[in-house]
Design a protein around this ligand. Sequence first.
Ligand SMILES: CC(C)(COP(=O)(O)OP(=O)(O)OC[C@H]1O[C@@H](n2cnc3c(N)ncnc32)[C@H](O)[C@@H]1OP(=O)(O)O)[C@@H](O)C(=O)NCCC(=O)NCCS
Length: 189
Amino acid sequence: MLVSKLIEGRNIILRPHTQKDFKLIHQWMTNPQVTGEHIDISLSDLRKGYEERIKGDYYLLFMIDRENTTIGFCNVYYHRKDPESKIVDVGIFIGEIGYWGKELGKDALTTLLIYTFDILDIEEVTVTYNKDNERIKRLTTKLGFKVEQSDNIKGKTTKEEIEGAKITKEEFRQTVSHTEDGKLFYIIS
Ligand SMILES: CC(C)(COP(=O)(O)OP(=O)(O)OC[C@H]1O[C@@H](n2cnc3c(N)ncnc32)[C@H](O)[C@@H]1OP(=O)(O)O)[C@@H](O)C(=O)NCCC(=O)NCCS
């Protein structure tokens, strides 16, 4: 599914991806310092994988821009590839290491969650990550995700080292603020 607009966060912007961005994504994904593992994939295979997903109507890909620099990407994946599903899995990836630890991951994920709950009208969001990834654990815990082994998460992997967490729209309302008519916006410390 193609994303057609800019979504403004506090210090970042989520924007539609372009063909050029796959080169950057490939650079980040194959950098063990970024992913913590050795991922051996060619640019054309990576491009194919993403293009398949983007062609469908169950996957959204946003690039994360900080001022004039593209620093990462994030995505929304509808449960069971069903665009009617009210459950999605999200991913967040800051590929530029120099930008880690500056709360930009928090900014991007919060912005993505507001969009997902308010605009896409999703009821539950899951996220999966390696158990030893302390950054994402702290980030998701801070935003109100709870570690869980529900079928929505279990179905994704059988790997021991993978952990999953989820958050509902109601739970996310406790993290961010909302206007009188229910629109979410964020003030988080
Ligand atoms: C995980 C990731 C998105 C976090 O983004 P970030 O911009 O570095 O994180 P933030 O600055 O918003 O901080 C998030 C939390 O991590 C904590 N953190 C920062 N550096 C840390 C470190 N070295 N160890 C543990 N926690 C750390 C921050 O203190 C913050 O928690 P707090 O608010 O309780 O203090 C980013 O590091 C990343 O994309 N890494 C590579 C790809 C990845 O792992 N993606 C997640 C898989 S789904």
